[in-house]
Design a protein around this ligand. Structure first.
Ligand code: SF4
Ligand code: SF4
Length: 232
Protein backbone atom coordinates (compact mmCIF):
# COMPACT_ATOMS: atom_id res chain seq x y z
CA UNK A 1 0.00 0.00 0.00
CA UNK A 2 1.43 3.39 -0.96
CA UNK A 3 1.54 6.11 1.68
CA UNK A 4 0.46 9.62 0.74
CA UNK A 5 3.65 11.65 0.17
CA UNK A 6 5.81 8.52 0.32
CA UNK A 7 7.57 9.48 -2.91
CA UNK A 8 8.75 12.75 -1.34
CA UNK A 9 10.33 10.91 1.62
CA UNK A 10 11.88 8.40 -0.78
CA UNK A 11 13.40 11.24 -2.87
CA UNK A 12 14.67 13.00 0.25
CA UNK A 13 16.19 9.70 1.35
CA UNK A 14 18.17 9.53 -1.94
CA UNK A 15 19.36 13.12 -1.40
CA UNK A 16 20.39 12.37 2.18
CA UNK A 17 22.18 9.18 1.13
CA UNK A 18 24.13 11.11 -1.54
CA UNK A 19 24.87 13.98 0.84
CA UNK A 20 26.33 11.72 3.53
CA UNK A 21 27.90 9.35 0.98
CA UNK A 22 29.66 12.25 -0.78
CA UNK A 23 31.98 12.56 2.26
CA UNK A 24 33.22 9.03 1.57
CA UNK A 25 32.81 8.53 -2.20
CA UNK A 26 33.52 11.42 -4.55
CA UNK A 27 31.28 10.09 -7.36
CA UNK A 28 28.30 10.72 -5.09
CA UNK A 29 28.97 14.45 -5.49
CA UNK A 30 27.43 14.29 -8.96
CA UNK A 31 23.67 14.27 -9.26
CA UNK A 32 23.27 12.57 -12.65
CA UNK A 33 20.79 9.74 -12.97
CA UNK A 34 22.75 6.50 -13.28
CA UNK A 35 19.80 4.27 -12.43
CA UNK A 36 19.76 2.85 -15.99
CA UNK A 37 23.25 1.41 -15.56
CA UNK A 38 23.44 -2.36 -15.14
CA UNK A 39 22.58 -3.34 -11.57
CA UNK A 40 22.29 0.37 -10.70
CA UNK A 41 26.08 0.58 -10.45
CA UNK A 42 27.60 4.01 -10.12
CA UNK A 43 30.35 4.90 -12.62
CA UNK A 44 33.83 3.87 -11.57
CA UNK A 45 35.31 7.21 -12.56
CA UNK A 46 34.17 10.68 -13.58
CA UNK A 47 35.31 9.83 -17.13
CA UNK A 48 32.40 7.37 -17.42
CA UNK A 49 30.02 10.27 -17.92
CA UNK A 50 29.01 12.16 -19.94
CA UNK A 51 29.09 9.64 -22.71
CA UNK A 52 30.25 10.50 -26.19
CA UNK A 53 27.36 11.49 -28.45
CA UNK A 54 27.57 8.33 -30.58
CA UNK A 55 27.63 6.17 -27.47
CA UNK A 56 24.60 7.95 -26.01
CA UNK A 57 22.64 7.37 -29.18
CA UNK A 58 23.50 3.70 -29.53
CA UNK A 59 22.62 3.07 -25.89
CA UNK A 60 19.29 1.33 -26.26
CA UNK A 61 18.76 1.24 -22.51
CA UNK A 62 18.26 5.00 -22.48
CA UNK A 63 17.38 5.95 -26.04
CA UNK A 64 14.87 3.75 -27.78
CA UNK A 65 13.71 4.11 -31.36
CA UNK A 66 10.74 6.27 -30.42
CA UNK A 67 12.42 8.72 -28.05
CA UNK A 68 12.50 12.35 -29.07
CA UNK A 69 14.08 15.43 -27.68
CA UNK A 70 14.68 18.42 -29.94
CA UNK A 71 14.30 18.83 -33.71
CA UNK A 72 17.09 18.48 -36.28
CA UNK A 73 17.25 19.37 -39.97
CA UNK A 74 17.81 16.56 -42.46
CA UNK A 75 20.10 16.50 -45.45
CA UNK A 76 20.56 13.72 -48.00
CA UNK A 77 23.83 12.03 -48.94
CA UNK A 78 26.51 14.62 -49.71
CA UNK A 79 27.57 17.95 -48.31
CA UNK A 80 24.97 19.16 -45.77
CA UNK A 81 24.25 22.50 -47.46
CA UNK A 82 24.27 20.92 -50.96
CA UNK A 83 21.60 18.40 -49.99
CA UNK A 84 19.60 20.20 -47.28
CA UNK A 85 15.90 19.40 -47.63
CA UNK A 86 14.57 22.56 -46.01
CA UNK A 87 13.39 25.15 -48.54
CA UNK A 88 12.74 27.85 -45.91
CA UNK A 89 8.96 27.84 -46.47
CA UNK A 90 8.65 28.94 -42.81
CA UNK A 91 5.55 26.81 -42.12
CA UNK A 92 7.19 25.28 -39.04
CA UNK A 93 8.15 28.73 -37.78
CA UNK A 94 4.53 29.88 -38.02
CA UNK A 95 3.09 26.73 -36.43
CA UNK A 96 5.56 26.30 -33.55
CA UNK A 97 3.42 26.92 -30.42
CA UNK A 98 6.09 28.64 -28.27
CA UNK A 99 7.61 30.40 -31.33
CA UNK A 100 11.13 29.13 -30.74
CA UNK A 101 12.11 28.73 -34.43
CA UNK A 102 13.73 31.61 -36.30
CA UNK A 103 14.28 31.34 -40.07
CA UNK A 104 15.76 33.72 -42.62
CA UNK A 105 15.09 32.70 -46.21
CA UNK A 106 17.93 32.97 -48.73
CA UNK A 107 17.65 35.69 -51.34
CA UNK A 108 18.83 33.42 -54.17
CA UNK A 109 18.08 29.80 -55.09
CA UNK A 110 20.54 26.92 -55.25
CA UNK A 111 20.19 23.37 -56.55
CA UNK A 112 18.85 20.78 -54.13
CA UNK A 113 19.78 17.06 -54.02
CA UNK A 114 17.65 16.46 -57.17
CA UNK A 115 19.24 19.37 -59.03
CA UNK A 116 16.10 21.52 -58.68
CA UNK A 117 16.66 25.22 -57.84
CA UNK A 118 15.27 25.92 -54.37
CA UNK A 119 15.45 28.56 -51.68
CA UNK A 120 17.21 27.49 -48.51
CA UNK A 121 17.44 28.80 -44.93
CA UNK A 122 20.20 31.40 -44.66
CA UNK A 123 19.49 31.20 -40.94
CA UNK A 124 17.62 28.52 -39.02
CA UNK A 125 17.82 28.70 -35.23
CA UNK A 126 15.92 26.78 -32.59
CA UNK A 127 15.92 27.99 -28.99
CA UNK A 128 15.96 24.68 -27.14
CA UNK A 129 15.46 26.43 -23.82
CA UNK A 130 11.92 27.19 -25.07
CA UNK A 131 11.20 24.18 -27.33
CA UNK A 132 8.69 21.83 -25.69
CA UNK A 133 9.45 18.83 -27.95
CA UNK A 134 5.85 18.75 -29.22
CA UNK A 135 6.92 17.66 -32.75
CA UNK A 136 4.39 19.95 -34.44
CA UNK A 137 7.17 21.34 -36.67
CA UNK A 138 7.76 17.76 -37.90
CA UNK A 139 4.08 17.15 -38.57
CA UNK A 140 3.58 20.32 -40.61
CA UNK A 141 6.75 20.21 -42.74
CA UNK A 142 5.74 19.35 -46.33
CA UNK A 143 9.33 18.46 -47.29
CA UNK A 144 10.27 15.87 -44.63
CA UNK A 145 13.06 18.27 -43.74
CA UNK A 146 12.73 18.40 -39.96
CA UNK A 147 12.51 15.43 -37.58
CA UNK A 148 13.15 14.81 -33.91
CA UNK A 149 16.62 14.04 -32.62
CA UNK A 150 17.24 11.72 -29.66
CA UNK A 151 20.29 13.53 -28.33
CA UNK A 152 19.58 14.23 -24.69
CA UNK A 153 22.80 15.60 -23.23
CA UNK A 154 22.68 19.28 -24.15
CA UNK A 155 23.54 20.82 -20.82
CA UNK A 156 25.72 23.91 -21.01
CA UNK A 157 26.86 26.60 -18.59
CA UNK A 158 25.85 29.20 -21.24
CA UNK A 159 22.17 29.61 -20.46
CA UNK A 160 21.31 31.81 -23.45
CA UNK A 161 23.68 31.51 -26.44
CA UNK A 162 24.49 27.88 -25.64
CA UNK A 163 20.86 26.84 -25.94
CA UNK A 164 20.28 28.57 -29.27
CA UNK A 165 21.04 25.80 -31.76
CA UNK A 166 22.13 27.10 -35.15
CA UNK A 167 21.41 25.73 -38.62
CA UNK A 168 24.79 24.03 -39.09
CA UNK A 169 24.47 22.26 -35.73
CA UNK A 170 20.87 21.27 -36.48
CA UNK A 171 21.87 19.64 -39.79
CA UNK A 172 22.11 15.84 -39.59
CA UNK A 173 22.30 13.27 -42.36
CA UNK A 174 19.51 10.89 -43.32
CA UNK A 175 21.96 8.08 -42.42
CA UNK A 176 22.14 9.43 -38.87
CA UNK A 177 18.30 9.52 -38.81
CA UNK A 178 18.28 5.84 -39.84
CA UNK A 179 20.68 5.09 -37.02
CA UNK A 180 18.59 6.65 -34.28
CA UNK A 181 15.04 6.00 -35.59
CA UNK A 182 15.38 3.08 -38.06
CA UNK A 183 11.68 2.26 -38.43
CA UNK A 184 10.49 5.86 -38.67
CA UNK A 185 13.27 6.77 -41.14
CA UNK A 186 12.53 3.74 -43.34
CA UNK A 187 8.81 4.53 -43.49
CA UNK A 188 9.55 8.21 -44.24
CA UNK A 189 11.89 7.18 -47.09
CA UNK A 190 9.19 4.88 -48.45
CA UNK A 191 6.56 7.63 -48.25
CA UNK A 192 8.88 10.05 -50.08
CA UNK A 193 9.65 7.45 -52.77
CA UNK A 194 5.90 6.75 -53.24
CA UNK A 195 5.11 10.47 -53.49
CA UNK A 196 7.93 10.95 -56.02
CA UNK A 197 6.72 7.99 -58.10
CA UNK A 198 3.11 9.29 -58.00
CA UNK A 199 4.28 12.76 -59.07
CA UNK A 200 6.32 11.32 -61.94
CA UNK A 201 3.39 9.12 -63.05
CA UNK A 202 1.08 12.18 -63.01
CA UNK A 203 3.61 14.20 -65.03
CA UNK A 204 3.99 11.37 -67.54
CA UNK A 205 0.18 11.00 -67.86
CA UNK A 206 -0.18 14.78 -68.41
CA UNK A 207 2.58 14.74 -71.07
CA UNK A 208 0.90 11.79 -72.83
CA UNK A 209 -2.44 13.61 -72.74
CA UNK A 210 -0.87 16.71 -74.33
CA UNK A 211 0.84 14.53 -76.96
CA UNK A 212 -2.45 12.70 -77.75
CA UNK A 213 -4.31 16.03 -78.03
CA UNK A 214 -1.61 17.40 -80.39
CA UNK A 215 -1.79 14.23 -82.52
CA UNK A 216 -5.59 14.43 -82.65
CA UNK A 217 -5.39 18.10 -83.67
CA UNK A 218 -2.85 17.31 -86.39
CA UNK A 219 -5.00 14.42 -87.66
CA UNK A 220 -8.08 16.69 -87.70
CA UNK A 221 -6.15 19.37 -89.61
CA UNK A 222 -4.94 16.78 -92.10
CA UNK A 223 -8.47 15.42 -92.57
CA UNK A 224 -9.76 18.97 -93.11
CA UNK A 225 -7.04 19.55 -95.73
CA UNK A 226 -7.95 16.32 -97.51
CA UNK A 227 -11.64 17.19 -97.63
CA UNK A 228 -10.78 20.68 -98.91
CA UNK A 229 -8.72 19.13 -101.72
CA UNK A 230 -11.61 16.81 -102.61
CA UNK A 231 -14.05 19.70 -102.93
CA UNK A 232 -11.69 21.71 -105.19
S1 SF4 B 1 9.13 20.55 -31.24
FE1 SF4 B 1 7.38 21.97 -30.92
S2 SF4 B 1 8.19 23.56 -29.64
FE2 SF4 B 1 9.97 22.49 -30.46
S3 SF4 B 1 10.53 23.60 -32.34
FE3 SF4 B 1 9.11 21.99 -32.96
S4 SF4 B 1 7.07 22.95 -32.93
FE4 SF4 B 1 8.45 24.27 -31.75
S1 SF4 C 1 11.75 22.67 -41.94
FE1 SF4 C 1 10.10 22.20 -43.36
S2 SF4 C 1 8.38 23.50 -42.72
FE2 SF4 C 1 10.25 24.32 -41.75
S3 SF4 C 1 10.95 25.91 -43.18
FE3 SF4 C 1 12.05 24.01 -43.68
S4 SF4 C 1 10.81 23.07 -45.30
FE4 SF4 C 1 9.51 24.61 -44.30
Amino acid sequence: MSILGGGIFKGMGVTLRNFVGSYFRKERLTTNDYSWRPENKLPQSIGDYPKEEGEQLSDTTTVNHYSRNFPMLLHDTGEPMDTIRCVACRICERECPPQCIYIEKSTEKKEDADGKPQFYPAKFDIDVSVCMSCQICVEVCPFDAIVMNSQFELSTPDRFGGLLVRRDDLLKSNDYYHKIHPQEAASRDQKMADEKAAKEAKKKAAAEKVKAAAEAKAAAAEAANESKKDTE
